[in-house]
Design a protein around this ligand. Structure first.
Ligand code: F6R
Length: 606
């Protein structure tokens, strides 16, 4: 997935394009480029790597066109080098593209057999040649693009400008998001409203199959068949301010430290703090008669769902089916009509999660989504939206969004338990009180952050690390392993502690640290037995617990003790030490913590 932007302006647009791309860098940062049209002539600058490399090139040789398109890339087809960077162009047309053209091979073979010369390994370049061919045969740009769209298969969003046309830009959306921004005698296209926030707050969202013909004074939106359609212009609340790191070295550090505040903020939305009971605005699912919940999400958001499964089953006796969205979307799972399908996504744009949502809707499920970006596609396509109030999350590794997702899901599980008669009024007050205590407990973990610097030394430069946990600590072990591998590039795996003896124990020796997430709950003694098995084989244990005595008595290589809380809220509390452990290991290893290699914040391709 990539970020795309387009501007029809009244001044040179290159700087504004770069500004918009900065806001889209979360979608990819393998390379970046812009193209403008100046007095009918297309110009282009591209650079491998982060946006600052493109900025440097622009400083040396500015582009002056008043109409332009820009792109920040997350490579799918073709290596992340300059020749594969967008825009792709001929002298007639320049194109930026987010998504995948699935039939590009067949199209490319055909174009090459007809004499087209390709300069890149990308799927995008077929669009450029197809449009150029249409233009060469005398078609107008609008007809050319419409004709080409009919030949493309896959999910994509594109923005196109044309040689010889200083006041024309065409955008199209199929699968990948694209928004139109309306300015004063200026028009914009962007992958999201955040990219357009410095220029306009008047935005309309294109629907699947839509394409749009823009001039500085008009936007004509058409459907796949070429019929004009209306799309509502809404006021966007995306902030024009670029988020900064404050006093922190990385966005990830800032976001870890924001957790007490944003969890409290989220609780303020879902809890009546005068009575310590749950109140969920705009959510009218009847949990009493609900047969089951189906949860689906990806990555860290999936692990939040896995914690929720433990909560819904234990506290509400409500059956939960959960699967990663990339599997669920193709499983053809039969679903009893009337169930609740719950999706969890920070960005609200993850392609697999969105596709699963659409599948579940076809299966006649009520669709609810826990999302951080309220204007996202997943939010817009859901019957009920449960916002997390984490604020913009910039670090690619999700931290505060995860704990805010857990906060929302905890409130939902309490509501379900109460309505189904498995949680009494007093128990509800007790559980909510425990949630309200959490920001204070997390702050106290953060005050001891310096201890993680030392523990991280024990992890840095190891080849493999195992994470173990039982019950609702198991998803936290999975999350800990994911955090470590994505930002430090150390291979890490999370296991249910009881699974160790069924295979992974073969890996244990003195070079494999084992991080054990072990709150003193009803499963603690079982986890201790698993730690003994590790210790007996020379494994180095890093113990994360809430029991000082256990930490002192158990012969761990290192340990960290979090404040004693309720077993219900422990997944939230223990999420923080696993984040800190990964963060400090990555800092020690000198990796790019906020923008780790090969990743992107929002995954809008399959
Ligand atoms: C890991 C991480 C990813 C995301 C996943 C889903 O730190 O951030 O695993 O959780 O790509 O993204 P969203 O939540 O935007 O759907």
């Amino acid at each position: 997935m990539c970020g795309i932007v387009g501007i029809l302006g009244t001044q040179p647009v290159a700087d504004d394009l770069v500004d918009a791309l900065k806001r889209l860098e979360y979608r990819g940062y393998d390379s970046a480029g812009i193209s403008t049209v100046e007095n009918g002539v297309l110009g282009r600058l591209r650079a491998k790597g982060k946006l600052k490399n493109l900025q440097k090139r622009l400083n040396e040789a500015p582009l002056q066109g008043h109409a332009g398109i820009g792109h920040t890339r997350w490579a799918t087809h073709g290596a992340p080098n300059e020749s594969n960077a967008h825009p792709h162009m001929t002298d007639k047309v320049a194109v930026v593209h987010n998504g995948i053209i699935e039939n590009f091979k067949a199209l490319r073979d055909k174009l090459e057999s007809e004499g087209a010369h390709f300069e890149s390994d990308t799927d995008t370049e077929v669009i450029v040649h197809l449009i150029s061919e249409e233009l060469a045969s005398g078609r107008a740009p609008e007809q050319a693009v419409h004709g080409v769209l009919a030949q493309l298969e896959g999910a994509f969003a594109i923005a196109v400008i044309f040689g010889g046309h200083d006041d024309l830009m065409i955008g199209a959306r199929r699968g990948s998001p694209l928004a139109i921004g309306y300015g004063e005698d200026q028009m914009y296209l962007g992958s999201d409203a955040i990219a357009l926030a410095p220029f306009t707050d008047r935005v309309s969202y294109m629907e699947d199959g839509d394409w749009v013909i823009l001039t500085r004074s008009s936007a004509t939106i058409l459907d796949e068949g070429g019929q004009e359609v209306e799309r509502k212009i809404t006021k966007s609340f995306a902030s024009a301010m670029l988020v900064d790191k404050g006093n922190h070295r990385h966005f990830m550090a800032k976001e870890i430290h924001q957790q007490p505040e944003v969890i409290a903020h989220t609780l303020g939305y879902y809890v009546d703090l005068t009575k310590n009971i749950v109140k969920i605005p705009d959510f009218d699912i009847d949990f009493k008669t609900l047969p089951r919940i189906t949860i689906s999400a990806c990555g860290t958001a999936y692990y939040a769902g896995l914690v929720a499964k433990y909560w819904f089953e234990r506290y509400a006796r409500l059956p939960v089916e959960i699967d990663v969205a990339s599997e669920m979307r193709y499983r053809e799972a039969p679903m009893e009509p009337g169930g609740l399908a719950l999706f969890i996504s920070q960005s609200g744009e993850t392609a697999d999660t969105l596709a699963t949502l659409r599948y579940c809707r076809e299966q006649k499920q009520h669709v609810a989504a826990v999302v951080n970006v309220k204007e996202s596609t997943i939010a817009r396509e859901s019957d009920a939206v449960l916002p997390t109030l984490a604020g913009p999350e910039i670090g690619v590794a999700s931290t505060k969004a995860f704990t805010c997702q857990l906060t929302v899901l905890a409130c939902l599980a309490i509501k379900a338990g109460r309505e189904r008669g498995h949680i009494s009024k007093d128990e509800e007050v007790e559980l909510v009180t425990q949630l309200v205590e959490l920001p204070r407990h997390i702050s106290s973990v953060l005050k001891n952050e310096h201890l993680f610097e030392k523990i991280a030394h024990g992890l840095a430069h190891k080849r493999d690390v195992l994470y173990l946990g039982r019950g609702s600590s198991y998803p936290i072990a999975l999350e800990g392993a994911l955090k470590l591998k994505e930002i430090s590039y150390i291979h890490a795996e999370g296991y249910a502690a009881g699974e160790l003896k069924h295979g992974p124990i073969a890996l244990i020796d003195e070079d494999v640290p084992v991080v054990v997430v072990a709150p003193k709950d009803d499963l603690f003694e079982k986890t201790v037995s698993n730690m003994q098995e590790v210790a007996a084989r020379g494994g180095q244990i890093i113990l994360l617990t809430d029991d000082q005595e256990a930490a002192e008595n158990f012969n761990a290589a290192s340990s960290f003790v979090v404040p004693k809380a309720h077993s219900f809220t422990n997944p939230l509390l223990f999420a923080v030490p696993v984040q800190l452990l990964a963060y400090h290991t990555a800092v020690f290893m000198g990796t790019d913590v906020d923008q780790p290699r090969n990743l992107a914040k929002s995954v809008t391709v399959e």
